[in-house]
Write a protein that binds this ligand. Sequence first.
Ligand code: SF4
Length: 364
Amino acid sequence: MVKSAGKTDMKSLTFSELQERLRNLGEPSYRTIQITDWLYKKRVDAIDKMTNLPGSLRSRLAEKFSLGTIDIVRVLGARDTTRKFLFRLTGGSLIESVLIPASPALYGGKADRRTICVSTQVGCAYGCKFCASGLEGFSRNLGANEIVEQLIAVERATGEKIDNIVFMGMGEPLANLENVLRAIRIINANWGLGIGARHITVSTSGLAPQIRKLAEEPLQIRLAISLHGATDEVRNRIMPINRRYNIETLLSACDYYKAHKKQHLTFEYILIADVNDSDEQARLLSHHAKRLSAKVNLIPYNSVPGLPWMRPSEKRQEKFLSILRSQRIPATLRREKGHDIDAACGQLRLQTERELRKDVIAKL
Ligand code: SF4
């Protein structure tokens, strides 16, 4: 949980944790209901605005707790298209979220509605070779409150209700599992943001032991595996995590997950020209998907300045999709909505940081 200047951020606590803290202050249990109502329904940005609490309690709370918000520093994209939000956190780090408008089902059963893709870390330590987030290395984990606040800040800025959340922004969510689970509990709870577990998808690049841990959680959230290669040879080339947990280790962790959960798994597969887009990869991917009754989301690669990878031709993308479909694998090919605004994870933050750095250097 997040502490700044010795204070705990209120939005990093679950209901029972907040209740416990308030009990220790000698407060009755209905105060927890009042406070969570201010935090997640009325969404105040200061403890002093919780006006149905006695003034003396507000002062005592302000001594013990903080109530941070995150500032939007840049927005790219327009209403009804994919929009990217760049946030500055306390301490100056930059993270980003992407708001994706209604589109055919990517993760849910019917059409997904307004989906937010949130970040879970500043930077990323996993160094996937095609990803902007990994380029500048890892800085720190986000606190649960900083994850929850991305959703609240985007709803506040747009006036739109988000009903689907995917943990696929900057960072590896399962490397920050404790804070991610805490955030999910807050997002899912009726006293919190009230988004159903089936509308929450966590993705991972392949942290097999954490997939097993997640399988043992009672939450019925969805899991997406960022596979991006159907053999160890391809995954080793573009995803260093595969050298630690190879495909068989990863897939057997997925078997374990399936045995514990009702939810279907999804394989995310970024199509990169001449790397993972061959017919052979499509056939092997079908084989893995069949084993787990998984759905496949194909995502044509968004080029990242400074990286050599290319998007395959549309013809190649369609051929890859047709091989999956011929094997009766439920598969979608995403016509990437964010292509024009650099929606691939980490790109806006990287671009802004580089511009800021140039500015600073120019002023020296
Ligand atoms: S793809 Fe995900 S896990 Fe890989 S470097 Fe990027 S943010 Fe990290």
